[in-house]
Design a protein. Structure first.
Length: 494
């Protein structure tokens, strides 16, 4: 990142400099609840896990997304062992030691575990081309494992807690998690006329998994694997664009109409996406079929079209979730978003997702990764805590932590100032809106949240300055400069 770009980013917290996209305001904030969650593939494990889960709960989150590597739990063999009962959670060939402690810790800390299953064992694969753990898994084996894991965490086995949230696969529209993506050679660039194969493969697996876990309990909630936001046609790294993938899974045409000859409904309760963004919270992806934060309305329209067409088999009203989102920060990543700007972006990103119908938002990750000699673009520095080499106990929170816990925005809208926020934990409260005045704050107005801790109001005044929201007798949000948020191109991973 050049010094000029860095200076422009740093000004973003103090200057109104670009056009912001605003969805039509809902008639009532009560119509759209919001929960927050966190996922981390590394820091949920190890001796500091208890402290990590405690701090995750203190962030105001309700849920933790726990990665579940099927291949780590199943027998690590080239072929399926004789006599192995894959649908039996107590079969001695299974190793649940990677999952049991995390489920227990989550429940102990009043967090809902969302188990995200992906990476098949070798003996469950039906192809040989592509990365490990992603080669067209057998739907029958998917169903057997789905029954086993849902039974294990049914609340009826070995005193283990009950799990209700089940995410099937991770980013199934990209090669590293599922192959084949297209009907073209994996090691060659994807031709423009290539047919996408991964949507149908995924739908078949998803339906097998959904039937299995719902067969254990009808109250289980099935979540689709959040998609990567960008298409790829490169040799050895293909990805189907998220809108194309979604439409083909849901049997829709590019105009969101029922696709002729596609009759199989998709079974799930929540559609999930990972809208990583090469810019700020209003940034649109360059390609029309990609979906970053500024494009979520396109995905919502596809989901609504599928619901209207009856192409989704669900046990409850279908929801829209984000199961990963983040930006790296500077520090520690010199290519990341300056930490103060990052806090503003986080608060507004939460608002933008909510305005587009997202009812659960998952941040990636808890703390920054260690460099270990790797270049910054290969290291995730998107934690809500700065990493302390001595351990989690001495980690320091980033400014974005407070914005994620208590997001608040104050944005120009039709000659007024739109204010929106969500209290920590989404609790109902009385809110005092305040304007920065010298070294202190003065009251602007007082209002009530809805039952989900959300408030939305348009004010005639003020139209400039720094505002914050304060729970009467409780927490304060970070201050937010009234104005449009600058959009500067920055790679989400630095």
């Amino acid at each position: 990142m050049t010094p000029a770009v860095r200076r422009r980013l740093s000004l973003c917290a103090a200057v109104a400099a670009c056009v912001v996209w605003l969805a039509p305001a809902p008639s009532s904030a009560s119509a759209q609840p919001l929960e927050t969650a966190l996922t981390d593939p590394v820091n949920f494990y190890g001796p500091d896990a208890g402290l990590v889960f405690s701090r995750v709960r203190a962030m105001g989150t309700s849920t933790v997304r726990i990665p579940v590597h099927w291949r780590w739990i199943a027998p690590f063999t080239a072929s399926k062992p004789a006599g192995f009962d894959a649908a039996n959670p107590t079969d001695p060939a299974y190793d649940w030691s990677f999952v049991d402690p995390l489920v227990k810790l989550a429940v102990q800390h009043h967090l809902k575990p969302m188990l995200g299953i992906y990476e098949a064992p070798d003996w469950a694969e039906r192809s040989s081309e592509g990365p490990v753990g992603a080669k067209n898994p057998d739907p029958a084996e998917v169903a057997a494992f789905g029954r086993a894991i849902a039974r294990r965490y049914s609340g009826k086995v070995m005193g283990l807690p009950r799990v209700r949230l089940w995410q099937f696969w991770n980013e199934p529209n990209i090669y590293r998690f599922l192959t084949p993506q297209f009907n073209s050679p994996f090691a060659s660039p994807v031709p423009s006329n290539a047919k996408a194969l991964s949507p149908e493969i995924y739908r078949t697996m998803l339906n097998a998994f959904a039937e299995a876990v719902r067969g254990v309990s009808k109250s289980n909630i099935v979540i689709t694997g959040g998609m990567t936001p960008f298409a790829r046609n490169f040799a050895g790294t293909p990805a189907v664009g998220p809108l194309q993938f979604m439409r083909e899974v849901l049997c829709l045409t590019p105009k969101n109409r029922p696709a002729p000859g596609c009759k199989e409904r998709a079974s799930f309760d929540v559609w999930s996406h990972h809208p990583y963004t090469d810019g700020g919270p209003n940034h649109h992806a360059e390609a029309a079929g990609n979906v970053s934060l500024g494009d979520l309305s396109k995905m919502r329209r596809v989901l609504r079209a599928a619901i209207r067409a009856g192409h989704i088999r669900s046990t409850r009203p279908v929801r829209f979730w984000v199961t990963e989102i983040s930006w790296d920060t500077n520090p520690p990543d010199p290519g990341g978003v300056p930490a103060d700007v990052h806090a503003r972006w986080v608060a507004e990103a939460v608002y933008r997702m909510w305005r587009n119908g997202v009812s659960l938002i998952t941040w990636y990750q808890f703390r920054d990764d260690p460099r270990r000699g790797k270049p910054d673009p290969e290291v995730y520095q998107s934690g809500l805590y700065f990493r302390c080499d001595a351990g989690v106990a001495c980690d320091q929170p980033k400014p974005a932590l407070a914005a994620f816990r208590f997001p608040f925005v104050a944005l120009p809208s039709g000659g007024r100032t739109l204010v929106w926020g969500r209290t920590p934990f989404g609790r109902r409260a009385r809110i005092r809106l305040e304007l920065k005045a010298g070294s202190g704050w003065r009251r602007v107005t007082t209002l009530a949240t809805d039952r989900n801790g959300i408030f939305l109001r348009k004010l005639r005044r003020p139209r400039k300055g720094v505002m914050r929201a304060v729970v009467v007798g409780g927490a304060s949000s970070p201050g937010f400069l009234i104005g449009r948020t600058q959009d500067i191109p920055v790679h989400p991973f630095g």
